[in-house]
Design a binder for this molecule. Structure first.
Ligand SMILES: [Zn+2]
Length: 368
């Protein structure tokens, strides 16, 4: 029985990276946009690009992929590399910038690889059927486009039992952070919706609190107790190479925090996120029973399956979340599930796979 596997080489992701490099070297905004779109199209493609090659060697038409990007794809399929991109990068004044960006793409999965991991019966992680509810999402109360009613309907449609509404706290004005007074109003609406759907679906009262540089979160302890699920996540100092172990240790050791959300705050090809001694952070999180999030937003994938294996070894709990800001983003949870499967995290360790009563009992114990 194999618990631990690396995915097969992910050519879609390799190609997406090369197309992002091409976007970076462009001087025309229009071309830059075109290559970014192409990179995005390859990352979100359902099939491995190898399967789109036709008998005559040409590529089946892919939406948003033009002839210049097609040439890069064919080069990679033939040789594993792209002389076109290599030449463009080496003669570009952005070469050093691109070398940096390439380091900020490790262990990301393309949609095709996510689907393969979900379907691979040799992996021992959670199945989609075992996933009962999403624990990080945003509504129109902060920077999301989905109403609380949309969340209930989408959750029911996906066969979930619950979803936590985790709008941003007031400390993050850029994300339309919500005041405690507004949260009190939101909780009345949640109560009303829960009464309407009793026995079918439960909205959990949550918040995504912002971790400040000192490791304190921007929601006071007594205010945190007004929520059933507190996600604490970093949104600043995400580019510093200096280790921020103290910051992360402080947050996972604080009371009334349930989930360490997108622990690094990394972003595909654009920023590295927090660096820290993760073995120490995970050991402290295992001790305090704070769950480590696998954020499934395709541009985040934070933590990824490699770091998740470390957290698993340390004895951590996990939360697998979409971080959806709209109904079209709920499938991001599948990216998180794929990472958990590749890391071999058993469903028992995943709080989204617990029955609601168990989830609430654990959450209440953390808050008291
Ligand atoms: Zn966040």
């Amino acid at each position: 029985m194999r618990r631990n596997r690396s995915p097969k080489p992910d050519l879609n992701m390799t190609i997406a990276g090369l197309l992002s490099d091409l976007a970076t070297v462009q001087t025309s905004e229009q071309r830059k946009f075109g290559y970014k779109q192409a990179a995005q199209a390859i990352r979100s493609l359902d099939q491995p690009v190898e399967e789109l090659r036709q008998r005559d060697g040409t590529l089946r038409r892919i939406p948003r992929i033009g002839p210049a990007s097609t040439r890069v794809i064919l080069e990679v399929l033939e040789t594993g590399a792209s002389p076109t991109v290599d030449a463009a990068v080496s003669t570009s004044p952005k070469a050093a910038d691109i070398a940096k960006r390439r380091q900020w793409r490790s262990h990301f999965l393309s949609r095709a690889t996510v689907r393969r991991a979900l379907a691979d019966p040799s992996l021992n992680g959670p199945t989609l059927a075992e996933y009962r509810g999403d624990l990080q999402m945003h509504s129109t109360w902060s920077d999301g486009s989905q109403t609380l009613g949309d969340i209930v309907q989408t959750g029911l449609g996906r066969g979930y039992a619950f979803a936590a509404v985790t709008d941003h706290s007031a400390g993050l004005p850029i994300a339309h952070g919500v005041s405690m007074q507004q949260f009190a109003e939101q909780h009345l609406e949640i109560d009303r919706l829960n009464a309407e759907h009793e026995g079918q679906f439960t909205l959990l009262k949550g918040v995504e609190a912002n971790i400040r540089a000192d490791g304190e979160v921007d929601v006071e302890l007594q205010d945190r107790r007004a929520f059933e699920i507190v996600v604490a996540a970093p949104h600043s100092s995400l580019r510093s190479p200096v280790a921020q172990t103290g910051r992360m240790l402080a947050v996972v050791s604080s009371p009334a925090i349930h989930i360490l959300g997108h622990p690094r705050g990394r972003m595909f090809s654009s920023r590295p996120g927090v660096s820290a001694d993760w073995a120490r952070v995970f050991a402290a999180a295992a001790e305090s029973t704070v769950a480590i999030e696998i954020d499934g937003d395709p541009s985040r994938q934070d933590v990824d399956y490699v770091l998740a294996r470390q957290a698993l070894k340390a004895g951590c709990l996990f939360a697998l979340d979409s971080d959806a800001h709209g109904v079209g983003e709920w499938a991001y949870a599948e990216t998180a599930v794929a990472h958990a499967r590749l890391a071999g995290v058993p469903p028992e360790r995943i709080i989204n796979c617990w029955p609601l009563e168990r989830l609430l009992a654990w959450a209440a114990a953390r808050s008291s």
